[in-house]
Design a binder for this molecule. Structure first.
Ligand SMILES: [Zn+2]
Length: 437
């Protein structure tokens, strides 16, 4: 049972290229696909919001193609927290919880009405799906506005902020079951925040609700037994890519962390959704394309297939080169990677991306070293130690570095265009932050 979640709030492929990825995902062994369009769709409910990269017809075509390949396709939205994509806009700012971008206010009279309208729209757009995932994680600002605090104060059951959560999200789950005749799913982290005390609110939810236990580090078993004991419908969730230190201006992420998380989940006797995030949230920088995830896509769907793959072991070498902070080591591996054998278009793309990523790491290390040397020189000048020879040498290094950056950038732009990924301008601007000081 291999399930893949694709968060689409960051870099996404054009519709025709997306179909190629779906074809490959199916060949890897995935059969269930969770699609989270976030701001990339043209939602009628949320007028003036979103990039509209995927119009309703594009989504229908894509979904029909996926179903034709044998996928179960399940839409994922957010109904309380992680609505940054909407709340950052002035038009929808009135729905913010305590004027923060993360959550809508569940006590605002428009919130429930509009979210139900959105659920109607999503269900209509994904008619073949028996499920809808309502999100519901990380509602960081819940219960902090005056209206919510008043409701918390007057709650006869004195349930605190989880009372607000249970009332809002459980009503939407009931709406999905009773009015839409679908099965609701939600992330379960909000029940884990107080060492299990909030588990009692599980009973507010319809029995059909599926709770998804997402754990992206080595702690996959934390709180897991509580949910197993509760008897609720439960799935796990790994992360093939999620937030990592330095993601704002790097191209490669630490594979070791991701494989460890995956291996922890593969020891559990349960269905696991393998999540693939494209940015931490809609106001944070994008991570990049799916290409560097190819080893993880293969391993998550079928660990044995990865162990037999000719690339097995390459991810450790990439991590070692990046961690070495040695430009020569990164450049040597960048060259070697280009001769890895490839069995399909996705591997060919991945090979090229990985090579560009290692070249970026080499440039980044050189740029950082140059920046530090120039800063020291500036400080020395304040003490009347003006080393003009060193200054000239550093200027020369800078010129050469900028020439190398320009060559790398040209190749990256050609890669992006060839494989039809979105958001190049944003991506390259953030990578520049790691290269040009
Ligand atoms: Zn509120």
């Amino acid at each position: 049972m291999a399930c893949l979640h694709l968060d689409l709030k960051g870099t996404i492929p054009a519709p025709d290229q997306f179909q190629q990825w779906l074809h490959w995902f199916r060949s890897c062994g995935y059969h269930t696909l969770y699609l989270e369009f976030d701001h990339q769709a043209a939602w009628k409910t949320w007028d003036f919001a979103g990039t509209k990269r995927y119009l309703n017809d594009d989504i229908r075509t894509l979904t029909e193609f996926a179903v034709g390949l044998g996928f179960h396709v399940i839409p994922v939205i957010q109904v309380l927290g992680h609505m940054e994509w909407l709340l950052k806009l002035e038009k929808w700012a009135y729905l913010r919880e305590n004027n923060k971008l993360n959550s809508i206010c569940p006590c605002h009279p428009d919130s429930m009405k509009l979210i139900k309208q959105w659920i109607d729209e999503v269900v209509e757009l994904f008619p073949a799906s028996k499920h809808i995932h309502l999100g519901g994680d990380e509602t960081w600002n819940l219960g902090t506005c005056p209206a919510c605090q008043e409701v918390i104060k007057n709650d006869p059951l004195q349930r605190g902020e989880m009372g607000l959560y249970a009332d809002h999200v459980a009503e939407l789950c009931r709406y999905v079951v009773e009015e839409k005749h679908k099965t609701p799913m939600i992330w379960n982290d909000m029940f884990c925040r107080d060492t299990g005390k909030s588990m009692e609110y599980l009973r507010n939810f319809p029995s059909e609700t599926v709770f998804v236990h997402w754990k992206y580090a080595d702690d996959v078993e934390e709180h897991l037994q509580l949910f197993r004991n509760s008897g609720c419908n439960l799935l796990g969730a790994s992360a093939l890519r999620c937030n990592w230190k330095g993601h704002e201006n790097s191209m490669l992420f630490p594979y070791n962390d991701r494989f460890r998380n995956l291996e922890q989940w593969q020891k559990q006797d349960m269905t696991v959704i393998h999540t693939v995030w494209t940015r931490p949230n809609s106001v944070r920088p994008i991570y990049g394309t799916w290409a560097p995830l190819v080893p993880l896509f293969i391993a998550a769907a079928d660990p044995e297939a990865w162990k037999k793959h000719p690339w097995f072991g390459i991810t450790e070498k990439i991590d070692a080169a990046v961690n070495s902070r040695d430009p020569a080591e990164c450049l040597t591996l960048a060259e070697k990677i280009l001769s890895l054998p490839v069995g399909n278009d996705m591997e060919e793309e991945a090979r090229y991306y990985l090579s560009l990523g290692l070249r970026f790491e080499a440039l980044h290390t050189k740029a950082l070293e140059l920046f530090l040397q120039q800063r020291v020189l500036e400080e020395m000048e304040r003490f009347d130690f003006c080393d003009t020879n060193k200054k000239a040498a550093l200027d020369k290094i800078k010129k050469s570095l900028l020439d190398d950056v320009a060559i790398w950038e040209k190749e990256l732009a050609a890669y992006w265009k060839k494989y039809k990924w979105s958001d190049f301008d944003e991506y390259i601007a953030c990578r520049h932050a790691g290269l040009i000081y």
